[in-house]
Design a protein around this ligand. Structure first.
Ligand code: GLY
Length: 385
């Protein structure tokens, strides 16, 4: 039997869940998430949870502003989720470090920090003499470190668990392991326009609005003839150690890898960036390179064997900036995808922007959306924006 909802969100990763929760809190109407796997178990689970816009930016452009705005929403979100669900998302805003090994890297890092400061980004250089107080486990071979005091980290797996719980408590209809097989529109362009989705293992659902938040799989819904502007999965391989006598106070990034310490004494090492399609397997070669890079930063890791390895698929579109807002002139189709390396960081602001679109006063962030993008499913086009 056909079900009727106000909104269908395609994709139950951190972006889809965060949007669903925000819409449900604003009492927009019945929200339904359609997820082909289990919610939060794709890229959102694979991520490291880094919230590090300062470390990764050279100027205060629009994208930087979006990242900082999203980061500023995290403290209140962490509190709300804790009181709604009892789950602590382990938000730490103790800053991040960028490390230089060689003299040449140190010169580049010095110049980077100078330019970041000029642009108004907070960054400080820490000389090797003070490093032991700052981050005791770091290698003596590290010659210079830049400290970004406003960056932080969140436990992304706890975040998606909390969002899922919160959504269920808000009566969001979460349809897991449901593959969307068909999408069609009724009365397209008319005031009574609706969208109908056919699920392989579920009912047909009709809704007034749809949100495409399908991460690396967004290309199944949105297509363009030009191959250069396709949605692409970019694989990131990671590994983790169980550490006993070792703790890191900050996220650490080098040219080769990044390290993220978890309160349950896991130390995560990431990540590759590989254009290999939807292959989610890890490779021995990449893991061995990650391990080598991590040991160069933290020599104590040489005596430990990583106990877990995994890969995720980042959703990249064009140059890697996200698409957040309505799909051109097709009313009531919203996109929230293409977050590439910043899905966890940008989830709160994405949910705010998409929900503001429902209230009719949104700042949109889809200036990178090309013309002639088509919406459909399973090769069946329903409209072009
Ligand atoms: N944000 C880190 C990564 O994508 O690897």
């Amino acid at each position: 039997m056909k079900q009727t909802k106000e909104v269908i969100i395609f994709g139950g990763g951190v972006i889809g869940l965060m949007i669903a929760r925000e819409l449900a809190k604003r009492k927009i109407g019945q929200i339904c998430i359609v997820e082909k796997g289990a919610v939060g178990m794709g890229s959102s689970w694979a991520a490291a949870g880094m919230l590090s816009p300062d470390c990764e930016s050279l100027e205060k452009d629009g994208f930087y502003g979006l990242c900082k705005a999203s980061l500023s929403l995290y403290p209140a979100l962490a509190e709300e989720l804790r009181s709604e669900t009892g789950i602590d998302i382990e938000l730490d805003l103790k800053g991040s470090l960028k490390v230089a090994h060689s003299q040449q890297e140190a010169a580049v890092l010095t110049e980077t920090v100078k330019n970041q400061n000029k642009a108004g980004i907070r960054a400080e250089l820490v000389k090797s003499q003070s490093l032991k107080e700052f981050e005791p486990a770091l290698s003596d071979q590290v010659s210079l470190v830049a400290f970004y005091p406003e960056d932080g980290v969140v436990e992304n797996r706890r975040l998606v668990a909390a969002l899922r719980r919160s959504c269920l408590d808000l009566n969001v209809d979460i349809k897991e392991h449901c593959l969307a097989e068909g999408l069609s529109a009724n009365n397209l362009g008319k005031p009574n326009q609706t969208f109908v989705v056919r699920l392989r293992n579920g009912p047909e659902i009709e809704a007034k609005k749809i949100v495409i938040a399908a991460g690396a799989w967004s290309g199944e819904f949105l297509a363009h003839e030009n191959r250069d502007i396709q949605f692409k999965p970019i694989r990131g391989q990671m590994l983790s150690y169980r550490v006993r006598n070792l703790e890191l106070g900050h996220i650490i990034q080098s040219e080769e890898c990044y390290l993220v310490y978890r309160r349950d004494r896991r130390l995560l090492v990431g990540s590759t960036s590989e254009d290999v399609g939807f292959k989610k397997a890890v490779t021995a070669e990449a893991l061995s390179r990650l391990r080598e890079s991590a040991e160069a930063l933290i020599p104590a890791l040489k005596s430990i064997v990583p106990n877990e390895a995994w890969a995720g698929l980042r959703p990249k579109f064009a140059k890697g900036e996200p698409l957040i807002g309505p799909l051109g002139n097709i009313q009531d189709v919203l996109v929230a995808t293409g977050h590439y390396r910043n899905g966890i960081l940008l989830a709160p602001i994405t949910a705010k922007i998409i929900s503001d679109c429902f209230d009719g006063n949104a700042l949109v962030y889809n200036q990178f959306l090309p013309h002639d993008i088509r919406i459909g499913l399973g090769g069946k086009l329903i409209a072009a924006a």
